[in-house]
Design a protein around this ligand. Structure first.
Ligand SMILES: Nc1ncnc2c1ncn2[C@@H]1O[C@H](COP(=O)(O)OP(=O)(O)OP(=O)(O)O)[C@@H](O)[C@H]1O
Ligand SMILES: [Mg+2]
Length: 314
C-alpha cells in the first residue's frame, strides 16, 4: 500500500555518548502539508532534521520517505529530499547562476534540462536579475533564497528547512513565508524549524513541539492550542488603581491560573471556555473595581510554546 505520508518519522532516537539528544520522536508530514518544528535551543530539532536528511544515523527508529525506509536506501531517499541546513557554505567566487549550475550538475541534470531547471528555481526564489552577482556579495536574505533555490534543483517531494528565516529582516521573512507556502501548494511536504513562532503560525498547517529531545505536542495549531494547559489570555483594565485588590479578585475567579500587569491593565490566564469568561466578566462588573476593558484572545503560538515547554536547555 502506498503511504499517505511523504515523510514519516518513527521512534527516532539519537545518543551522543550517554547523552540522549532525541528520544523516541515520531510524527508525519503529508504531501502539501507545512509542519512547523518548534523547540528551544538544544531541543533536538537540527539532530532530528539531519537524521531525516540521512546525514546522521539514528540509534533507534526509522525515517520513511514516501513509505520507503531512508535507512535501508539512503540514496533513493536523498533523491526525494531537499535539505536546507541552518548553516552552509557558499563558494564566494562564483555567481548565482554558476553556483546553481554546479549543483544542478551534481544532481545529474544535463543539457537543456539543466539550463531550464536553473532558470525555474531562479524565478521561483525571485533571484532573477541577480544571476550574474557574485555569491560573496549577496545579502543574508539573498543567500537564504539561493540556498533554497539549490535545495529545489532536483525537484524533491520532501523539504526539510532548518531555520530558513533566521537572520532575515521582516520583509525577508514575509517573502520566505510566501515561498514556503507556495511550496506547500505545489504539493511538497515541508518540515520547517524556527524560533520565530508567530511566523510559523501563519505558514504552517500543523506543528510539532519538541523539548529536550522529546515530543511535547503535535497537531494543527488549533488542536495543540485546545489541548494545551493554557488556552486563553485575557486583558482587563479597571478604573480602580488598587493593584493588590485587582490581582486578588482575579485569582479568586473560577479557572484563573495567573495574573500579571500589562500595558496599564492586567493579563490573566484561564481555560478560555465561553461560560467561564462570562462568569469572570460578571464578577468583575459586580465588584467595585469598575472594569473598562475586557478582551479575551486565543493564546498565540508563542504563548502556547512557553506553556508547553519549561524553558530548560540541555
Ligand atoms: N555531534 C554532536 N555531539 C554531541 N552532542 C551533540 C551533537 N550534535 C548535537 N548535540 C547535542 O544535542 C542536543 C540537540 O542539539 P540540536 O542541534 O539538535 O538542537 P536544536 O533544537 O537544533 O537547537 P537550536 O535551536 O539551538 O538550533 C544539544 O544538547 C547538542 O549539544
Ligand atoms: Mg538547530
Amino acid at each position: 500500500m502506498v503511504s499517505p505520508y511523504a515523510l514519516e518519522v518513527r521512534g527516532l532516537t539519537k545518543r551522543f555518548g550517554s547523552f540522549v539528544a532525541v528520544n523516541g520522536v515520531s510524527f508525519q508530514v503529508r504531501p502539501g502539508e507545512i509542519v512547523g518544528f518548534i523547540g528551544p535551543n538544544g531541543a533536538g530539532k537540527t539532530t532530528t532534521m539531519r537524521m531525516c536528511a540521512t546525514l546522521e544515523m539514528p540509534d533507534e527508529g526509522d525515517v520513511l520517505i514516501e513509505g520507503r525506509s531512508a535507512l535501508e536506501d539512503p540514496r533513493a531517499a536523498r533523491r526525494r529530499i531537499g535539505f536546507m541546513p541552518d548553516s552552509y557554505g557558499v563558494y564566494p567566487s562564483t555567481t548565482i547562476r554558476e553556483y546553481l549550475d554546479f549543483f544542478a550538475r551534481a544532481y545529474g541534470l544535463r543539457g537543456e534540462t539543466r539550463g531550464r531547471t536553473v532558470g525555474e528555481v531562479i524565478e521561483f526564489t525571485k533571484l532573477d536579475g541577480l544571476e550574474e552577482k557574485l555569491v560573496s556579495v549577496l545579502s543574508k536574505g539573498m543567500k537564504q533564497r539561493l540556498c533554497l533555490a539549490k535545495t529545489l534543483l532536483h525537484d524533491p517531494s520532501v523539504l526539510i528547512l532548518d531555520e530558513p528565516a533566521a537572520g532575515l529582516d521582516p520583509r525577508g521573512r514575509v517573502e520566505l513565508r510566501e515561498l514556503v507556502k507556495a511550496l506547500g501548494q505545489l504539493g511538497k511536504a515541508v518540515l520547517v524549524s524556527s524560533h520565530i513562532l508567530t511566523e510559523l503560525a501563519e505558514m504552517c498547517t500543523s506543528v510539532v513541539i519538541i523539548e529536550r529531545g522529546e515530543l511535547r505536542a503535535t497537531g494543527s495549531v488549533d488542536e495543540v492550542t485546545r489541548r494545551s494547559r493554557k488556552r486563553a489570555a485575557v486583558f482587563v483594565r479597571f478604573l480602580s488603581a488598587d493593584a493588590p485588590q485587582i490581582e486578588r479578585a482575579l485569582l479568586e475567579c473560577p479557572g484563573v491560573t495567573s495574573v500579571r500587569p500589562e500595558r496599564g491593565g492586567f493579563l490573566f490566564d484561564c481555560s478560555g471556555s465561553q461560560e467561564e469568561l462570562a462568569v469572570i466578566l460578571q464578577r468583575l462588573v459586580d465588584s467595585d473595581l469598575r472594569p473598562v476593558e475586557f478582551a479575551a484572545r486565543e493564546a498565540n503560538l508563542e504563548e502556547l510554546f512557553l506553556s508547553l515547554t519549561e524553558g530548560k536547555v540541555q
